[in-house]
Design a protein around this ligand. Structure first.
Ligand code: NAD
Length: 480
């Protein structure tokens, strides 16, 4: 197994993940047997099934890969894309293992994929295909609340998760925990507030945490706050749209570039993310959007000068052919595997700081974890505590109002204090608070390793060290 990439050959996605893993374990004291056990993918199931559509039978190929069962259920999204293949699904499953370990979500790693272009099919056809795929996986326990819990990924969303949950329920009519067989469901089908935007929200929280640390900003040659930072986003889908929207609207970042399949939009003064998103929804791409400069060669915009680059579409977009032209001093990997192992070395040598995928996009699985817990406990978060919390806060407010009357003009309550303080946290607030806490703690665990060990030169290696250490501890506890 090579330790460093051959600079003449681009590694595949799975080779990239293996190389990053190898780079980290070379700095650890694991037995070779345990190292191999953690690295390899436990099993990949390939299924080919036929669905009668438009008068003929169409055969589809799907995968569900289980990388590590050191904790169960295993967890990982289902992707719908034409590029889906075994190598990709296995790489994504491995990333899930490390991601869950890093953010302390109690799952093993898995991933699924279906080789399909969802845009080619009508909604009712997609439902038939999804239900059949779900049936094939569920009958082998590859969808199961206590063994294997999928979630959305590229090309899938709430709608597909609702079909999967319903299919599982039809096959397991007496399973009281059926809703927990998949996460990312719509609210009215057992979902949780804040899941749709969770991955993008996590990217925002990750950047907020990065900007709290002077030493880390200095490593990237940046200073100040997120406010005013120039950002380029690739992929205005679920993850990219929410990340760009929150960074612009809540942190004051300037989204100067948006790259999509059909080209890129650029405006040094800042793009209106909401307007671009609406345009894409109604026109199928960014082409023709009136209020920005359009570049047909979208990928070239990855190389434009900016402060933060957010690849949020697919893997391998920053590779050995363009890495040395990337100007961003900070890259946050909202997508899985957007920087190949070869490009990673080139960028690190240039001084670019990369916030790695296994941390950066962990917001999705974190909130999926909350949803799974909600489904198993059969109660919405906050339902028991909210009014009681408000009653206790009312006691404090009553006392303050008494003081207010007593002190007269010498002291008065801030006008909005009462309203804000009295309101008990609802589910969305609790989800956001849990996600923010998770992203902060995980970042701190990585940066501590990054700054305390001379042999750890980047955040990615640090993230792998933390994650692999946790997986290894879990295997050791099982006596392996
Ligand atoms: P999505 O399908 O909602 O969005 C992907 C976007 O990328 C689309 O707008 C698409 O048009 C665009 N795109 C596709 N190919 C492109 C190209 N060549 N150039 C530019 N843009 C292109 O998918 P998503 O759920 O946002 O996932 C994006 C990435 O984030 C994937 O790598 C996925 O694995 C990762 N991720 C997603 C989640 C989640 O909760 N959805 C969680 C963790 C990681």
């Amino acid at each position: 197994m090579p330790q460093a990439p051959n600079r003449n050959k681009e590694p595949s996605f799975r080779e990239s993940v293996d190389m990053m893993f190898n780079r980290a374990v070379a700095l650890m004291d694991l037995s070779p047997g345990l190292e191999e056990k953690i690295r390899v993918c436990n099993a990949t199931y390939t299924v080919r099934f036929g669905v009668r559509l438009r008068g003929t039978i169409h055969t589809f190929t799907g995968y569900r890969s289980v990388h590590s069962e050191h904790m169960e259920p295993v967890k990982g999204g289902i992707r719908y894309a034409m590029g889906v293949n075994q190598d990709e699904v296995e790489a994504l499953a491995a990333l899930m293992t490390y991601k869950c370990a890093l953010v302390e979500a109690p799952f093993g790693g898995a991933k699924g994929g279906l080789r399909i272009d969802p845009r080619e099919w009508e909604e009712h056809e997609l439902e038939q295909i999804t239900r059949r795929f779900a049936y094939e996986l569920a009958k082998r326990d590859l969808i199961h609340p206590s063994q294997n819990v999928p979630a959305p990924d590229m090309g899938t969303g709430e709608r597909e998760m609702a079909w999967i949950a319903d299919q599982y329920r039809r096959m397991n009519t007496t399973d009281i925990n059926a809703a927990a067989c998949v996460t990312g469901k719509p609210l009215n089908a057992g979902g949780i507030q804040g899941r749709v935007e969770a991955t993008g929200r996590g990217v925002q929280y990750a950047l907020q945490e990065f900007f709290r640390h002077e030493e880390d900003k200095k490593a990237a040659g940046l200073e100040g706050k997120l406010e005013g930072k120039r950002v380029i986003v690739q992929g205005l889908g679920n993850v990219g749209y929410h990340a760009a929207k929150f960074l612009r609207d809540e942190d004051g970042a300037i989204i100067i570039g948006i790259i999509e399949r059909d080209g890129a939009l650029f405006d040094e003064k800042g793009l209106d993310v909401e307007a671009v998103h609406k345009w894409i929804a109604s026109h199928g791409g960014v082409t023709g959007y009136p209020d920005a400069t359009y570049h047909a060669d979208g990928a070239a915009t990855l190389e434009a000068a900016c402060d933060i680059l957010i690849p949020a579409a697919l893997e391998g977009v920053i590779n050995m052919s363009n890495a040395d032209r990337i100007k961003a001093p900070l890259i946050i990997e909202a997508a899985n595997g957007p920087v190949t192992a070869g490009a990673d070395e080139i960028l690190r040598d240039k001084g670019c700081v990369i916030i790695p995928d296994l941390y950066a996009n962990a917001g999705g699985v974190t909130v999926s974890y909350f949803e799974w817990v909600k489904n198993l406990s059969h109660i919405r978060f906050g339902r028991m505590q909210r009014r009681q919390e408000e009653t206790r806060h009312q006691l404090v407010v009553d006392e303050l109002e008494r003081l207010d009357r007593y002190l007269g003009d010498a002291w008065t309550m801030t006008p909005t204090f009462k309203e804000k303080y009295l309101r008990g946290a609802d589910e969305l607030e609790l989800v956001r608070s849990g996600l923010d806490d998770t992203m902060r703690i995980a970042y701190q665990s990585m940066r501590e390793v990054w700054h305390s060990r001379e042999d750890v030169r980047d955040l990615r290696t640090a993230a792998y060290l933390v994650a692999i250490g946790k997986v290894a501890a879990s295997y050791r506890a099982k006596g392996l």
